[in-house]
Design a protein around this ligand. Structure first.
Ligand SMILES: Nc1ncnc2c1ncn2[C@@H]1O[C@H](COP(=O)(O)OP(=O)(O)OP(=O)(O)O)[C@@H](O)[C@H]1O
Ligand SMILES: Nc1ncnc2c1ncn2[C@@H]1O[C@H](COP(=O)(O)OP(=O)(O)OP(=O)(O)O)[C@@H](O)[C@H]1O
Ligand SMILES: [Mg+2]
Ligand SMILES: [Mg+2]
Lengths: 252, 252
């Protein structure tokens, strides 16, 4: 049954979408079956995979009870995608009065679990109901952390939210790891932040994603870094991350 | 009466907080009276100005009807601050059932308008009720745009939201300008994105904020870039922006 991993950080621009798309593609390259869910109203994962205007998406599954399997599309990156559409922008408010509003994603994913090895959920930069849905549906959490000072600030708020979700909605939720992103070896700041993060969070991945302009160019071609620049430092880092993640089994 | 400017972009990590704090300080350096409002539950503007644990904040004014003037604190950066506290994280959901929920910020700011020349509002990376409150209270909008491909994606969603707010809540709302941030002259991507933005948005500021590690170091010292590295390219760029903004009067 699938490992369900929520990619979460309320701090904006830390590499959540970039990680969801490129890690997903790197895991698929290993021959594993991967589903990527775009739970962000910005729809960046959907457009990065070149699927700008899907006819239906996660909004229809969350609020109109359309089966998720009817909405999933294949992509050239080797991952399946449950895309986001424009209506998702209204979902945070529309979910508020719904019954079992935090469990909707978890319930709609259950029939899909046998069909995939990994399900990755790209979350918006907030700790609202969409992200809470992801944290309730997931068994593991991966937190990208940009190697910048302001990124450190939000980590305690995030771990408090994880604790609240564990206590009220999903007791088995495991913080699988923090992923250092946009690491620039030339600056002291990157070194300081990465030292600080590793001190406070022993479960920080050994793999570090370097700052690389090739990574930020790839989405403009509707490609992952693996397809756009296969031997670049960015592609190699995401392949290493896939290996490290797959190697850490669900139970430990 | 004060010019009220909302600093908005649902895309995360584009430089909203960095612009609110440093532009605010640069305007204050010109001898003008500036109030900065931290409307983001991440509280980055509050902590950047070294005010990590204020006793009260914007949440109390929005939801407990405490007068804003009782919550405003002075800072060493020369701007006044209406800080954010931890409770703000619940405000998006708590505002949903409130009467005139979109007008709450506008109403609480009215008595403050004569006391300031500029009021800057730092918004969270979303288009939810907190940002809608800022867009209803503001007369002008400043949109930071990171010189990256994924930042282009959200601009049409943002302009659609501005149009909705104009039609339903605030007919005078003016898109004052887009601000190109983290511009790295060495990459084609920055050049391409900046050309694209200027083509589609003629009201893009002439001033461009360069990518500069000094800018991202300053918050760890609780300082603005003006105080941390006064003759750096980043400090000069924010001073130029202040001059350009002050030069554009409210009516044109
Ligand atoms: N390792 C990297 N090197 C260089 N640029 C990167 C890297 N990772 C991501 N980027 C770029 O940084 C920007 C932010 O990344 P991304 O959009 O993935 O972050 P996010 O956390 O998903 O943002 P949001 O909070 O808006 O959802 C994007 O323009 C992306 O292309
Ligand atoms: N011109 C710049 N050069 C280098 N780094 C910058 C620049 N502007 C901002 N940064 C850094 O980039 C990161 C994102 O900036 P910032 O937090 O201001 O964006 P934001 O839009 O407010 O993010 P959020 O969406 O999370 O509120 C921060 O770590 C900041 O220090
Ligand atoms: Mg994203
Ligand atoms: Mg911010």
């Amino acid at each position: 049954s699938a490992r369900v991993i929520a990619i979460v950080n309320q701090k904006g621009g830390v590499g959540k979408t970039t990680t969801a798309v490129n890690l997903g593609a790197a895991i698929a390259e290993l021959g594993l079956r991967v589903l990527l869910i775009d739970l962000d109203p910005q729809r960046n994962a959907t457009s990065t995979l070149g699927k700008g205007s899907p006819s239906g998406g996660i909004y229809q599954a969350l609020l109109d009870d359309v089966p998720a399997s009817d909405l999933i599309i294949a992509t050239s990156a080797g991952v399946d995608l449950l895309p986001a559409t424009a209506e998702l922008a209204g979902a945070e408010v529309e979910l508020v009065p719904q019954m079992a509003r935090e469990y909707r994603l978890r319930r709609l994913l259950e029939p899909l679990l046998p069909s995939y090895d990994f399900i990755l959920i790209d979350c918006p930069p907030s700790l609202g109901l969409l992200t809470v849905n992801a944290l309730t549906a997931a068994k593991e959490v991966l937190v990208p952390v940009q190697c910048e000072y302001l990124s450190l600030e939000g980590l305690s708020q995030l771990t408090q939210t994880l604790e609240l979700v564990r206590r009220n909605l999903n007791p088995d939720l495991l913080l699988r790891g923090l992923l250092l992103t946009m690491f620039d070896g030339r600056t002291n700041l990157s070194q300081q932040v990465s030292t600080e993060v590793r001190e406070h969070f022993p479960q920080t991945f050994a793999t570090v994603i370097p700052r690389s302009v090739r990574i930020s160019e790839a989405p403009s071609f509707g490609k992952t870094i693996l397809a756009y620049a296969s031997s670049s430092t960015g592609a190699r880092a995401y392949r290493a991350l896939a290996g490290e993640l797959v190697g850490k089994s669900e139970t430990n």
